[in-house]
Design a protein. Structure first.
Length: 190
């Protein structure tokens, strides 16, 4: 086990901010940085994860990173399926709005396939698919950064500009729309 570091401290602060911001009517949310900046704690968490990944990928082969991505993916899928089951039981017991309120559908083959492919995202679970995809791309991004930082920045800016101009995003499925935490569009969509 490695020793905690500064990045871990700030990731912990970001997680606390996410918790505070997700509690309805919480007066502490007035003091989180989302009220005063261009980002929120979810973006800080993703940035810090990317920074930690860059520091690790700069040290060698990405083998450990692929295991980490797979581990996060497995737990995300497992918890998503468990939660869909819990919501379905509540639905069967008269809580008819619970599925819609939590951005899920009746458990069926399409819903399960959507979870496995990361296209179907439950409410409050929507940061993990983004995290998984970006983490999976991390070794490629680190490789490109070692070859040419200018090329990496040009690719990043081109992707950002193209999504702002044409407004595309990662599709949500089996539902409609795009991923809720859609960083390509630069703002949140439901």
């Amino acid at each position: 086990m490695r020793a905690p570091n500064t990045i871990d401290f700030w990731r912990g602060i970001a997680l606390l901010e996410i918790l505070v911001n997700h509690i309805p009517g919480n007066s502490l949310s007035r003091f989180t940085h989302r009220q005063y900046g261009w980002s929120d704690a979810a973006e800080v968490l993703i940035f810090l994860a990317g920074l930690a990944l860059a520091m690790r990928c700069g040290k060698g082969a990405p083998g450990g990173e692929w295991r980490r991505v797979f581990n996060i993916y497995v737990w995300h899928v497992a918890f998503s399926l468990i939660l869909i089951g819990v919501y379905y039981i509540a639905y069967l017991n008269g809580q008819s709005a619970i599925l819609n309120d939590n951005r899920t559908m009746l458990p069926n083959a399409e819903t399960f396939a959507g979870v496995l492919l990361l296209f179907h995202q439950l409410r409050y679970f929507d940061i993990l698919p983004l995290y998984i995809v970006l983490f999976a791309m991390g070794p490629l991004i680190a490789w490109l950064a070692r070859r040419s930082l200018v090329a990496l920045l040009c690719c990043s800016f081109t992707l950002y500009a193209a999504t702002r101009i044409w407004g595309f995003g990662v599709p949500a499925w089996p539902g409609t729309g795009v991923w809720y935490l859609n960083r390509l569009r630069g703002r949140l969509y439901s």
